[in-house]
Write a protein that binds this ligand. Structure first.
Ligand code: SAH
Ligand code: SF4
Length: 378
């Protein structure tokens, strides 16, 4: 429930629906039916819940709402297979989500906050500043939007094309607006709801959370039972440059961050990913690639190489930022240095650049410039 006392059905847990049905004098199994309709059958209205008596459907329609987020705009790119939604919270704050459908998988990128307090200089969301923490229900709603949207994409195509598309969302990445570990409790609650085997039933490994590098969050995640994937935004191999790019580095410098990443891999036996946004002539020099390789391999006398993978992301332009995108030649040269030092490393193929839906371009409806075609990795 929110401050206006509306009941949003998609924000309910099984226990919440149970309490609601009890209050309405309905038998307990109605709660289970509604929960199933919402999160297994993906019903989008009370009328679609055809296994409920007409009276209960009417009461649900009259006294509850399905969604809290209002869809302000949906932009479509990549032949209809990338969709970016701009939602508004009741107070008008923006929330953005991106669905990316590939032949073998579908991924949804969701927001955990409206805006972001972390102030990274290369990021459009950082420029908005912090507006609000999202509730677990508001995070779950974004995933449900993507499930409905995927169904629509499949339904509107001829059968021979639909047959080539995935039936379900396979990956949920917390890489939209906001810093997940700055809203840890709500974010984790959303994971638990999305994971519920009686509901949406997403496996732990379908989740990937990306953090700017909040060390306490990394240590906390390392102790969680559910093995979700962790990505850490590194973007520089040393403190001076990282301080310039990411104010958070003054609080949690590179050495502390790497120590936390080691703690995570040792506690979980899982590999950690590092994201590295490539900014032309700022952090993409071969010497910086070498410094990065050394940082991740560790001091071979005392330590083992960190169990990790590096994702190189050519920077996506953000207006009013005096930064440049590394061209293909520089990206590949940087990658080669890492590979030469036996660091597993790929270049992230970006979706949605043309609709401002790529990493770091979520500006809450603000303008995003076009990228020259020859620099486009998509
Ligand atoms: N706040 C979290 C998750 C959201 S940002 C974090 O910072 O990790 C998701 C990823 O996009 C991060 O790795 C972030 O550094 C990267 N990113 C931000 N702005 C970008 C831009 N303009 N181009 C490419 N990647 C960007
Ligand atoms: Fe926030 Fe992540 Fe953007 Fe930094 S990169 S401002 S942490 S959303």
């Amino acid at each position: 429930m929110n401050s206006s006392n509306s009941v949003f059905l998609t924000h309910q847990t099984a226990a919440g629906l149970d309490a609601l049905m009890r209050a309405w004098g309905e038998p307990a199994f109605r709660a289970r039916q509604i929960y199933r309709q919402l999160f297994v059958s993906l019903a989008a209205s009370a009328q679609a819940m055809t296994d409920l008596p007409a009276k209960l459907r009417e009461r649900l329609a009259a006294e509850t709402k399905f969604f809290e987020l209002e869809t302000a705009k949906v932009q479509v790119g990549d032949n209809g297979l990338t969709r970016k939604a701009l939602f508004k919270l009741p107070d008008g704050s923006p929330v953005e989500s991106v669905l990316m459908v590939y032949e073998d998988r579908a991924t949804v990128c969701v927001s955990t906050q409206s805006g972001c307090p972390m102030g990274c200089v290369f990021c459009a969301t950082g420029k908005l500043g912090f507006l609000r923490d999202l509730t677990a229900g508001q995070i779950v709603e974004q995933v449900l939007w993507a499930c409905h949207e995927l169904k629509e994409i499949r339904d509107e195509r001829p059968p021979h094309e639909t047959a080539k598309l995935p039936e379900h969302i396979g990956n949920i990445v917390f890489m939209g607006m906001g810093e997940p570990f700055n809203n840890f409790d709500n974010w984790w609650e959303s994971i638990e709801r999305l994971h519920d085997p009686n509901g949406l039933n997403f496996g732990a490994r379908s989740f990937t959370v990306s953090t700017v590098g909040l060390v306490p969050g990394i240590l906390r995640l390392a102790r969680m039972k559910l093995p979700v994937n962790l990505a850490i935004s590194l973007h520089a191999p040393e403190d001076n440059l990282r301080n310039d790019l990411m104010p958070v580095n003054r609080r949690y410098p590179v050495a502390d961050l790497i120590a936390a990443a080691r703690n995570y891999t040792e506690a979980t036996h899982r590999r950690v990913s590092f994201e590295y946004v490539l900014l032309k002539e700022k952090n993409d020099l071969p010497a910086q690639a070498l410094a990065l390789a050394k940082l991740l391999r560790g001091d071979s006398q005392r330590e083992r190489p960190l169990l990790c993978h590096v994702n190189l992301i050519p920077w996506n332009p953000v207006p009013g930022t005096p930064l440049g995108r590394s061209d293909r030649r520089r990206v590949l040269a940087f990658q080669q240095v890492l590979l030469d030092h036996k660091i597993s490393c790929t270049v992230r193929v970006e979706r949605g650049i043309k609709i401002g839906a790529a990493c770091g371009q979520l500006a809450g409806g603000g303008e995003i410039p076009k990228i020259e075609e020859d620099e486009d990795f998509s």
